[in-house]
Design a protein around this ligand. Structure first.
Ligand code: UD1
Length: 425
């Protein structure tokens, strides 16, 4: 489809109502890959990242690395990044605006170069997404940061110093930025009230493979003993738990039985009970799980998003599509982001019955959704619309697929391999 002056955008056309079947592998985690790519800056030399998904957000990170003078090439799902040639420390606004995670480069660039200049980051519109916690943590480590005309100018005299950092909320990004910078700071940094997400543990595993000394990742207190320098390493990115939850929602709404390979069930500890409460059977096996959905889902009743190990905000939208066709009422409480219900009005176009009041969404399950043209406004909202269209009667056209492609690799192919009728046009 072409708009305006030859700008091409994709839409998905989904002919709903097909029961999925079969087996798929879950891609590597976007939210692990992005901070790990930033952290490669500390190593110099060649890092090899296995299971790295092909996504527009990963491409945005690679564009930043290349702009900084690094090289990167891909062979299948393996990315080889060489940061030896880094010869600049600024990121232009057009690269910063492509995604919010570009701010993760701040700690890494200053730690390697002693200074950095970049604009505020962009990303999906989920309400205000400040970076104050990133900046205050890095300031405590001796970085002087001035903010003028939307630009951040950062400089550190000599080496970064260790600090005791107590985060007021367990921000994933602020924890990652601090861990990366502290890995090569002078002394031992302690991060209290740290985020506990599996992606934090994956980042710590990568940094430790490069010679860092980080303990406590996955717990509320992380201890980072700074080392002089890091060396390159090979690392396998963990499977993406949000993609797994999305595929489980797709199976649930189509009454399907599918097997997901490359899943770490422990990472889904707050998600699996929601599917079980909805009447799905889940069999855990060594390399993944099988989900078998009932003819009619039961409503999961109450879903409150929380920092890990609570129910992930990123799974809220796709699971809402499941609640939309479940028997009974489900109440969602979105505690992480202010504007994370942009998919609701579009789900209602497909026939869902959902009311939103502040951070609460009340979903009255309907028997059936009906096809409609809809448009995504953010990444997980796009996933929710695809899930809903899979069970809506008739052909739905979904716009805003560029959001989906930030986080889901070849999603139309994955769903087609399970028997769905999804075309990207
Ligand atoms: C990461 C994930 C994102 C997920 C989110 C919450 C990546 C690339 N993205 O985003 O998919 O939805 O965690 O699990 O890993 N906050 C502040 N000040 C800050 C930083 C955050 O007030 O400096 C607030 C945010 O506005 C939000 C909350 O803290 O309300 C959590 O945000 P945070 O954990 O930082 O999310 P991200 O790292 O941006």
């Amino acid at each position: 489809m072409t708009f305006g002056k030859g700008v091409c955008v994709s839409v998905f056309v989904v002919d709903g109502g097909r029961k999925l079947a079969g087996e798929v592998s879950v891609q590597g985690s976007k939210n692990s890959a992005l901070p790990i790519l930033a952290a490669t800056l500390l190593c110099g030399g060649e890092c090899v990242l296995y299971n790295c998904p092909r996504l527009s957000d990963v491409e945005a990170s690679l564009a930043i690395l290349r702009y900084l003078g690094c090289t990167a090439y891909r062979e299948g799902s393996t990315l080889v990044v060489n940061t030896d040639g880094m010869d600049r420390c600024d990121i232009p606004p057009e690269l910063m605006h492509r995604m919010r995670s570009s701010i993760i480069f701040l700690g890494a660039i200053v730690a390697r170069f002693g200074r950095a200049r970049m604009s505020f980051p962009g990303g999906c519109e989920l309400g205000p997404r400040p970076i104050d916690l990133h900046l205050s943590a890095l300031r405590e480590m001796g970085i002087s940061i001035s903010e003028e005309h939307g630009m951040l100018d950062c400089v550190v005299e000599d080496r970064l110093n260790a600090a005791k950092i107590a985060l007021p909320i367990p921000s994933v990004g602020a924890t990652e930025n601090t861990m990366i910078a502290a890995a090569v700071a002078d002394g031992t940094t302690v991060v209290a009230n740290a985020a506990r997400e599996p992606e934090i543990v994956d980042l710590a595993d990568f940094l430790n493979a490069c010679g860092a000394k980080i303990s406590g990742a996955g717990e509320s207190t992380i201890i980072i003993e700074g080392v002089e320098k890091l060396t390159p390493a090979c690392h396998t990115i963990i499977p993406d738990r949000i993609v797994a939850a999305t595929l489980m929602s797709a199976a649930a709404v189509t009454g399907a039985s599918i097997r997901l390979k490359h899943v770490i069930p422990a990472h889904l500890q707050s998600v699996l009970p929601v599917f079980r409460d909805s009447g799905c059977e889940i069999d855990i096996n060594p390399d993944g799980l099988r989900i078998s959905a009932p003819y009619r889902l039961h409503s999961p009743k109450l879903i409150r998003t929380m920092p890990y190990p609570g129910f992930p905000t990123d799974a809220q939208a796709p699971v809402m599509s499941m609640a939309a066709v479940a028997d009974g009422m489900t109440v969602f409480v979105e505690n992480l982001f202010l504007s994370r219900y942009s998919h609701v009005s579009e789900l209602c176009r497909l026939g869902a019955d959902i009311r939103v009041e502040g951070k609460v969404a009340v979903v009255d399950g309907v028997r059936r959704l009906l096809s409609a043209p809809v448009r995504a406004h953010d990444l997980r909202g796009a996933a929710a619309l695809v899930v809903a269209a899979l069970c809506a009667r008739g052909e739905s056209e979904i716009g805003g697929i560029e959001y989906l492609e930030r986080g889901y690799e070849d999603f139309e192919l994955v769903l087609s391999s399970l028997g769905a009728d999804v075309k990207k046009i």
